[in-house]
Design a protein around this ligand. Structure first.
Ligand SMILES: Cc1ncc(C[n+]2csc(CCOP(=O)(O)OP(=O)(O)O)c2C)c(N)n1
Length: 331
């Protein structure tokens, strides 16, 4: 996703019209991208499984937009949003979804394991907690090399019950590493309500280690962005890690095979009223007078763009095993 917001540095950014529109557009691209992937999936074109980020778009867009070139992001298997917000183009990501050689990982990563080191995406990890370990690791390297880079780890709330979480947060705080830990709390760890498997408040865990911690409305891209600006500046200045708990909700099941019947009655409808796209549209209208028709036109433009992206991806070649051996298997 090419965007001014994605490369904007972390100086304080009062919301202006152009930036607000750009943030909205980025979220819209992620939403349309996933709608397209889902449609292709149902047509049997996407192999393996997919975990959609639908409903959580404000998290990736709010955080990645305040990073500088040279900063790092580690995402999860729910990583389409993390990848697009960190600058992977919709075309290269779509090609990857369809296993084509023009994909961001040459068609071998698929939906769950996207990586684009050139863009600072050090990986989207199927192993929960992998993102936390990877971001902590590159933060160690940045510190040792005297670089002012910041590493961001995205992960779900269920992952806060995993060993990596406790080990890496402790390590990062002891060494004052430049990491921002972004816990995207969408209430369910796969099919289990988080409160059924979690002792105490998640945010109390980093707080107990003395890590600066904040909860934020994860469906409001501006709230996320403000928290991220603060967190990234803190981490970059050498004062150590920051923890952000982004309160959000996924509108779809955990993965393609999950009809999400475990939800409480009315819960999805209540969250849909706070759809990050609706929240942003309201702000664009109230604060900047952007008419609904302009935003509808922007939506239509993005949808048309994604249709073309899908068409091009369908026409792209598969990797040829005879000539395009994955680099790790080369002698
Ligand atoms: C080490 C490890 N254990 C178990 C799993 C199986 N698993 C896949 S997703 C998931 C739940 C993760 O929930 P959460 O961290 O809340 O993220 P969300 O899916 O809600 O985004 C689990 C346990 C895994 N991928 N990795």
């Amino acid at each position: 996703m090419t965007s001014k917001a994605a490369v904007k540095e972390s100086e304080s950014t009062a919301p202006d019209r152009e930036l607000s529109l750009d943030l909205y557009r980025q979220m819209r691209v992620i939403r349309s991208f996933e709608e397209t992937v889902q449609a292709l999936f149902l047509r049997g074109q996407v192999h393996g499984t997919t975990h959609l980020y639908t409903g959580q778009e404000a998290g990736a867009v709010g955080v990645c937009g305040v990073l500088r070139e040279g900063d790092w992001v580690a995402g999860t298997y729910r990583g389409h949003g993390h990848s697009l917000a960190k600058g992977v183009t919709a075309q290269r990501l779509m090609d990857e979804m369809l296993g084509r050689s023009t994909g961001v990982c040459g068609g071998r990563g698929g939906s769950m394991n996207v990586i684009d080191v050139e863009r600072g995406l050090i990986g989207c990890f199927g192993i929960i907690g992998g993102s936390i370990a990877a971001a902590t690791g590159v933060a160690v390297a940045a510190k040792q090399q005297g670089r002012q880079a910041v590493a961001v780890a995205f992960f779900g709330e269920g992952t806060s019950n995993q060993a990596y979480f406790h080990e890496c947060l402790n390590f990062a705080q002891v060494l004052k590493l430049p990491v921002v830990f972004v816990c995207e709390n969408n209430l369910y760890m796969e099919f289990t309500p988080i409160e059924d498997v979690t002792a105490g408040e998640i945010i109390a865990r980093p707080q107990a280690m003395g890590i600066r911690s904040e909860q934020v409305d994860g469906n409001d891209v501006w709230a996320v962005r403000a928290a991220a600006e603060d967190a990234v500046a803190h981490a970059r200045s050498g004062q150590g890690p920051v923890f952000i708990e982004s309160l959000t909700y996924r509108f779809v099941g955990h993965s393609r095979s999950d009809p999400a019947r475990y939800r409480k009655e009315g819960e999805l409808d209540r969250w849909r009223e706070r759809d990050p796209l609706l929240v942003a549209r309201a702000r664009l209208s109230e604060e900047f007078g952007v008419p609904a028709e302009s935003l509808d036109a922007l939506d239509a433009e993005v949808e048309a763009e994604l249709e073309l992206v899908a068409e091009r991806a369908m026409a792209a070649p598969y990797p040829d095993p005879a000539t395009e051996m994955a680099s790790e298997f080369k002698a």
